[in-house]
Design a protein around this ligand. Sequence first.
Ligand SMILES: [Zn+2]
Length: 471
Amino acid sequence: MNYRSFIKRDYKLRESADKTFVKLLNRRSIVIASLSLLIGTVVLFSIESEPVTANVPGQLAEKSSSATLVSQSLTLPAHIETEAEAEKVSFKAPPIVTTAAVARPTSNQKGKRIKVRKGDTLAAIFSRNNLSSRDVYNIIALGKGTKGLKRLRPGQHIRLSFNEQGKFSGLVHEIDRFNSLQVSYKNQKYAAKHITRKPEIRLAYASGKITNSLFLDAQRAGMAQSLIMELAAIFGWDIDFALDIRQGDSFNLVYEEQFLDGEKIRHGNILAAEFVNRGRTFRAVRYTAKNKRADYYTPNGHNMRKAFLRSPVDFRRISSRFGKRKHPTLKRTKLHTGVDYAANRGTPIRATGDGKIIHRGRKGGYGKTIIIRHGNKYSTLYAHMSSYNRKARGRVKQGQIIGYVGTTGRSTGPHLHYEFRVHGTHRNPLTVKLPSAASIDKRYKKDFFDKTRGLLAQLDGLRRTNIALAE
Ligand SMILES: [Zn+2]
């Protein structure tokens, strides 16, 4: 076997798992289809019923992205944070919306829609349309409300409207899909009004199985990059998506999608998600406690956030390095008690927890090294850096970039050597139990269970459907 070494892992404990994995990879013929599933309303909203296979298109291995993502046409108020609304999501069977729920702004019949050109100003547009510069002056004179009209961006639109006599009667500046500025001219008076359209929120579901990397497989499942990153962020405290991910891992999620005029604009929040990593299932639900920001919790109400990030490097930077196939192989050196992340020189390294830099400089075979102390109990070490972030001095925040991957010291190629110590003793950063952020306050426990029950049931439904599909 001649695998290129992807990760030089030093942790003894993980040997058997790694070997198995290499063997697994050997059987390259294993094609694990990214689970293409179409989940109908039936499965998700009557969880008790049998998994519905009739909804499933014949081609299981179909790589079509659309098959994996299912938009549920569920009309919701825009802000899911509100508890009462979240409940609606979970339990009410959605009406199928076939037509745009929000009327498209009709272009004024006695009007004109003008596309803003590069370098355009309102004055130029008015002049091109034989309108008075006095109007421009008066509109801008409205002050703060019409400030945006001084900075028109190419591609935006201005709708001009005229009265029966053909005189200027107002305009609409279409700022973006959601925002517009309406200026009216009536009875010799100008008035400006900012209009924000609220998107229609629908629930969507995604599922996938890892054949390669979270990033590639989730993209194949049709998930937007930002959605993948949010999924990774939710579980990033428990799973190291650079090193810990395995073929056969899987994920399910329930999330929001925002629609305008029946057209999908962007995804919203992930409401519930599960990730099965090496046989261990992690689940998270979104919940907003009173007067608190929304956060993700385990089904028992423990905060998903921990005092430490699992990985000091962005997993995308790791997986992108060796193209499609990645083979974490075990290479043990003497006593080497850390984890190595192979990444390109210059890849940012993040502090995994809040703390104080207590060492910054060369340190023997470690090369350029930073050590951060996190309270009295924990410390982390980052070695072989190419350079430090000059701004990271003294106290650093979790996630703050402290330096960049390099190959200084005793090192065979660009990589980050990362150590995690508890009371001075080396611990495996991939498996060490990490302290959590605050759990759900006792007072809100009941509320939490009430609000999240439905979301968890949906995850169950997704999982059951996936199993049915795989059989
Ligand atoms: Zn190392």
